[in-house]
Design a protein around this ligand. Structure first.
Ligand code: ZN
Length: 226
């Protein structure tokens, strides 16, 4: 066989393979798209603490369960129509929810974060702080710690005092969560003057700051993807 004949044969074989090759490439492309899509949807699970008969901190008429829900709903509203992001609330209204139920919602997602929203209390009415807790034993500890530190920076202006720390006690809302997880105590409700929470713009401000921290967290994750 001459080299021209060999070339012709090779070309004929290639032509014969073309439809199959084309289909394979198409299939690979479709699969890749599917994977990319799955990677893109990032689930932000917002968990307003307490609910129903469990008020949480109840001080000067401020109920932790109500304020936490207000902030979560505001954040959900602001996250609507964001491409690649889905906001999920563990509770949508004033009803109780077990830790198991909250955990099951969080663990039904593999790509996302869990943010439990609470308010704190102190025996000293001069103490006021935003506290962000993570669990030492949690899965994805490094990512939880990174998110906590971003939240600490963003939420500083809520009460001009914020700290991010590893919980020294078993923090039940975070136990067994398989995605990066933090618990935020947005403010100390026993502080002598928390009247700024009477103004709905405070929940607005807090939810915007939470989203800023989440945006920074997500942007860094995207950078890490090759
Ligand atoms: Zn609480």
């Amino acid at each position: 066989m001459s080299s021209t004949e060999k070339n012709d044969l090779w070309f004929a074989t290639l032509l014969g393979q073309a439809p199959r090759l084309f289909l394979s490439i198409l299939l690979l492309f479709a699969l890749k798209l599917q994977v990319l899509h799955a990677q893109e949807t990032f689930h932000i699970v917002l968990d307003p603490g307490h609910g129903g008969p469990d008020f949480g901190v109840n001080h000067h008429g401020f109920l932790e369960k109500t304020l936490a829900l207000q902030v979560a709903k505001k954040a959900e509203e602001l996250l609507q129509n964001r491409p690649g992001i889905s906001a999920v609330l563990t509770r949508q209204g004033d009803y109780g929810l077990s830790f198991d139920e909250r955990r099951n919602i969080a663990n039904s997602f593999t790509n996302g974060v869990f943010v439990s929203l609470h308010f704190g209390a102190s025996p000293d009415d001069k103490i006021r702080a935003t506290k962000i807790f993570i669990l030492k034993s949690s899965q994805g500890f490094d990512e939880s710690a990174r998110l906590a530190s971003l939240m600490k920076e963003e939420l500083f202006s809520v009460c001009s005092n914020s700290e991010a720390k590893t919980a020294k006690f078993p923090l039940t809302p975070l136990i067994g969560i398989s995605i990066p997880a933090i618990l935020i105590e947005l403010d100390t409700l026993t502080y002598k003057d928390t009247s700024n929470w009477l103004d709905p713009s405070m929940a607005d401000k807090a939810s915007k700051l939470i989203i800023s921290a989440l945006d920074r967290f997500i942007a860094k994750r995207k950078d890490a993807v090759p």
